[in-house]
Design a protein around this ligand. Structure first.
Ligand SMILES: *Cc1c(COP(=O)(O)O)cnc(C)c1O
Length: 375
């Protein structure tokens, strides 16, 4: 079976993990700081705004704490969003307000958002679908003029850029995922960007037991404290920190990232060329030079989506549709009003993601192309 997503890890990662084992410091330490610094640097940003964590979902959940979502708030969520985005709103007793997305790019537009703004709107979640940035200038304009926070789910958009600005660093908060399916994979892991340095400190404390970031711990505190087992807490906290093993993998994956994306871009363009003349099939919209995609997804749209998916499966190619719209999930049904989500309806019955990853061989790509052309 040809996988739809697949990571690529090798000897370099193993060698780096071996160093962590030998150091006897498996927990959060120098590798984690190095990974945070290098990640920030790769996006041309200061490390003061970046914080690693255990998953992107943890970062999404943190948004509810940091921005104090509550039962007076409406949070705008594009229908095509990751499940965690719905969960954080429900967890905090706020109200989900669904908005439609663009029919072809599956990205939310400024207009989709604007239609749903009320005096209660506190924040909007943006997903850069498949790594193609949303049109952030117009979205920022609408949100800034209405005092609405922007949280960018950049899980698909590692090293995607919109007009030279890294996706995830354009709004108030950004989150990335390094889970097993993502381009940069550490097994599990996540990164958080916070525009406000003060919020970044609060985030750091919240994700590590509520302990003050300045408080020394363990053997480091024995030099200055007589009773070094005493501690204070600045707030209630969880424990969602990255460890040195994960970060060591991340450091190596980060070095390989540009090559991964280059490989994906090549396959993406092969698909674009191969499918351009098929009448019954639509390819993703092209984008201009001001945009740099991470080429995370390739998707096609056709009335015969279900049959195509089955045909591919029967011939050894796995395909799927990401992300099943949250307004069609029972748990969130009570938030669905009678407004028109026409594009979402079209998307959910016509869109199929086909394999795109940096381990696909030329033969596999040819097989996929031939199968779709002969369907
Ligand atoms: C994968 C993904 C997430 C969740 O990431 P985890 O690290 O698995 O929690 C969130 N949003 C999008 C768009 C994703 O693709």
């Amino acid at each position: 079976m040809i996988n739809i997503f697949q990571p690529s890890l090798g000897k370099e990662e193993i060698n780096e993990i071996e160093k962590v084992f030998k150091s006897n410091w498996l927990g959060k330490g120098d590798y984690v700081r190095k990974f945070e610094n290098n990640f920030a640097k790769s996006l041309d940003k200061s490390n003061k705004h970046f914080l690693s964590t255990t998953s992107c979902t943890e970062g999404i959940m943190l948004a509810g704490d940091l921005f104090k979502f509550n039962d007076n708030d409406e949070i705008i969520i594009p229908t095509i969003s990751f499940p965690s985005v719905g969960s954080v709103v429900v967890f905090n007793n706020a109200k989900i307000v669904f908005c439609d997305v663009d029919k072809r790019s599956l990205n939310v537009t400024a207009q989709n958002i604007e239609e749903k703004i009320t005096s209660k709107t506190k924040a909007v979640f943006i997903t850069h679908y498949g790594g193609v940035p949303c049109d952030m200038d117009s979205i920022k304009e609408v949100c800034d003029s209405n005092n609405i926070l922007i949280i960018e789910d950049s899980a698909c958009a590692v090293r995607s850029f919109y007009k030279n600005k890294a996706c995830g660093t354009i709004g108030d908060m950004g989150v990335w995922s390094f889970d097993a399916m993502k381009t940069l994979s550490t097994g599990d892991g996540g990164m958080i960007y916070l525009k406000s340095e003060a919020l970044k400190i609060i985030a750091e404390e919240t994700l590590y037991l509520g302990l003050p970031t300045k408080q020394k711990s363990g053997i480091d505190s024995s030099t200055s404290n007589t009773n070094w087992w005493e501690f204070e807490m600045n707030r209630p906290g969880r424990r969602a920190i990255m460890n040195n093993i994960t970060a060591a993998i991340g450091c190596i994956q980060l070095k390989k990232l540009d090559n991964f994306i280059e490989k994906r871009k090549k396959i993406y363009n092969q698909y674009m060329n191969a499918f351009s003349d098929i009448e019954w099939l639509r390819t993703p919209p092209s984008f201009n030079g001001q945009i740099k995609s991470s080429y995370y997804f390739f998707w096609v749209q056709t009335k015969k989506r279900d049959e195509l998916a089955r045909y591919l499966l029967n011939n050894g190619v796995y395909s799927t549709f990401r992300y099943w719209p949250l307004n069609k999930v029972k748990l969130f049904r009570k938030y669905v009003d009678d407004s028109n989500l026409r594009n979402t309806d079209y998307i959910s019955s016509n869109t199929l993601n086909i394999p795109l990853h940096h381990s696909l061989s030329d033969d596999e790509v040819s097989k996929i192309i031939d199968l779709i052309r002969s369907f």
